[in-house]
Design a protein around this ligand. Structure first.
Ligand SMILES: [Zn+2]
Length: 212
């Protein structure tokens, strides 16, 4: 993957637009969720949403620039407590952008399938919206990891998960939300919409099938 050439100001505008879009869909309610874009890989510099901000009201001026340790280099505010997850994904996947939502369906399905270690989704045309997927017969595996409040300590485990599952486009955190990524903000946004759609379809199908 070629490193992106957009500057901080440009990705801040893109991240803001994507955050507002996701908020409008109900995937980032109550200041939840966070988004980032890689401005530089070496040394790592991430443009990232600050913690505690309403994503429906987000402005580009609120986006922070931080280093791999979570230190803010530009902007005012604190990065999310989950910054270590963004750093891990940016490095292991050389991702250009990372999106983290707290959707109803991600919460419901990660709760239901947490013990299985993940959810396999197969047979839907929408799967072709994921990078490299060319047929609805593709089986997308979405691993589910346990929730934590100490993500820096979980970073090694997350790195292993990404290394052991080189073809995944995202993963779920149990009763928490979805992480997905892409080569740039546009692709990460597409993966977010595709995976959220697939989770909702799976969740609604299970609801319809449940007796009584
Ligand atoms: Zn979260």
């Amino acid at each position: 993957v070629a490193p992106r050439n957009l500057g901080f100001s440009e990705v801040a505008i893109e991240l803001t637009a994507l955050a507002r879009r996701a908020h409008a869909r109900g995937w980032l309610l109550g200041t939840s969720g966070n988004l980032s874009a890689t401005v530089s890989l070496e040394p790592l510099r991430l443009a990232i949403t600050p913690t505690g901000v309403d994503k429906g009201q987000l402005a580009p001026e609120q986006i922070l620039l931080m280093d791999a340790s979570g230190l803010v280099i530009r902007g005012q505010g604190k990065p999310t407590a989950e910054a270590a997850i963004h750093v891990t994904i940016a490095r292991r996947r050389r991702a250009g952008a990372i999106v983290h939502t707290h959707s109803t369906w991600a919460n419901l399905l990660s709760d239901l399938h947490g013990r299985d270690g993940g959810i396999g989704i197969q047979g839907y045309e929408m799967l072709k919206g994921l990078k490299g997927v060319v047929t609805h017969q593709h089986e997308e595996w979405l691993p589910i990891v346990a929730n934590s409040q100490e993500w820096p300590a979980e970073a090694i485990g997350l790195a292993s998960l990404l290394d052991e599952n080189p073809h995944i486009h995202g993963f779920l955190i149990e009763r928490h939300g979805l992480y997905t990524w892409g080569e740039n903000v546009e692709e990460a946004g597409r993966h977010m919409e595709v995976l959220e759609f697939l989770l909702e379809v799976r969740g609604r199908t299970l609801s319809l099938m449940s007796p009584g």
